[in-house]
Design a protein around this ligand. Structure first.
Ligand SMILES: [Zn+2]
Ligand SMILES: [Zn+2]
Length: 382
């Protein structure tokens, strides 16, 4: 999942011999391309940046939000002006008439962790269910037709139903990745207003690096999307593997997303994510409800090794620990995790503090997930 920085992101100091820096420092004519790499003429970009009035944090966040959440078109595999109908609507990545419904309180709210815009610290907060886990992903007719098979009837673990859950996660992630890149591109046009040249250079180089990393990951995501699309169009799902873990008990925590397989559940490192030459392998997870409990669904590409290893490490956990470990994994890794207020209130202060600390983990650095002695959820795997 993407954490949109709550404020302009951290600026790293750069070496003064870096080509980006020497290029920025040389004299240039007003009509030359700007040193920052925006593609604009220097006079329309950085020439007077130091004199420009900085935006307040509030203004910046409002502008950023508009850039982030703009409508980006229908993501149905067969989307086209002829086949789409109706507006692009907000889709729930966690099924509303399903797992989400199980955690809604009497006033129509669920809970999640939300960053405080002032200090970036995340806190447990209530959110109306209509706004929970949504993204503007599909036109209204495709949203209905594509997901009809998983909206109706009891979840049974059918392979292609699992694939549809994963496809929605992929679209959500792709949307957010694109949105993040556009947000970063927007940021670079204004977050260094009023800064002196040195700080402008630092900010612009950080932006350039982040955008490059995000674009690489967008390409990977896009090629994954293509694999899902052709599978869905042809109705052939044998390139994918799915595995469901059914449990009895209360669905108090629901979560849905895709991850780069950086670590397995035993905390072993599988890939160095900072190496941009390596392609990350991806695992999708979702939680679905069943009559007397629910299921954790994993989906991945059959010929990839890392997700196989991750799922095998989950499989190796004792059944009585699976629920607790999975919930920790979701709170650490996934913003798209929601929970029932009733459940949250019944936790001890110590447990709440623990979960709060998971949610504040910006970057998981390995280490085994161990079940807590006082279990967070009462899931009994069957
Ligand atoms: Zn510029
Ligand atoms: Zn459509």
């Amino acid at each position: 999942m993407i954490k949109l920085p709550p404020y302009p992101f951290k600026v790293t100091e750069v070496d003064e011999n870096h080509p980006f820096v020497t290029n920025a420092l040389r004299d240039r004519k007003h009509y030359e391309p700007c040193w920052c790499g925006s593609g604009k003429k220097y006079k329309k970009c950085h020439r007077l940046r130091e004199q420009e009035k900085p935006y307040t944090l509030g203004q910046l966040q409002n502008l950023q939000r508009k850039v982030f959440w703009r409508i980006r078109g229908c993501m149905h595999p067969l989307a086209s002006p002829d086949s789409c109908s109706g507006k692009v609507i907000d889709s729930h990545t966690i099924q509303r008439k399903g797992p989400l419904e199980r955690i809604i309180d009497k006033t129509g709210h669920v809970m999640h962790f939300e960053p405080n815009p002032n200090d970036g610290e995340v806190n447990a907060s209530r959110i109306g269910w209509r706004r929970a886990s949504i993204f503007p992903g599909y036109c209204s007719s495709h949203d209905t037709s594509l997901f009809a098979p998983i909206e109706k009837g009891e979840f049974s673990g059918e392979h292609w139903h699992c694939i549809l859950h994963a496809f929605r996660n992929v679209c959500n992630e792709l949307y957010r990745k694109q949105a993040l890149i556009e947000s970063l591109e927007f940021q670079r046009t204004c977050i260094d207003r009023g800064f002196d040249l040195d700080r402008q250079i630092n900010v612009q180089l950080s932006c350039t690096k982040s955008i490059k990393g995000q674009k690489k990951s967008l390409e990977e995501m896009d090629s994954l999307r293509e694999k899902f699309e052709s599978a869905i169009i042809q109705g052939k799902f044998d390139a994918f593997e799915s595995k469901c873990y059914f449990f009895q008990g209360n669905i108090d925590v629901v979560s849905s997303s895709i991850f780069h397989c950086e670590f397995d559940f035993a905390g072993n490192k599988l890939i160095d994510m900072w190496d941009l030459n390596l392609d990350a392998e991806i695992l999708s997870h979702s939680v679905m409800n069943t009559e007397d409990g629910g299921a954790i669904i994993f989906v991945w590409l059959k010929d990839e090794q890392a997700p196989n290893t991750v799922v095998a490490s989950f499989d190796n956990l004792p059944d009585e620990e699976k629920g607790d470990v999975f919930v920790q994994y979701c709170f650490v890794n996934c913003e798209n995790t929601f929970f029932a207020e009733q459940w949250w209130r019944n936790l001890s202060q110590k447990q709440q503090a623990l979960i709060q600390s998971y949610a504040n983990t910006f970057y998981y650095e390995g280490g085994e997930f161990a079940a807590n002695k006082n279990r967070l959820v009462n899931w009994v795997f069957v």
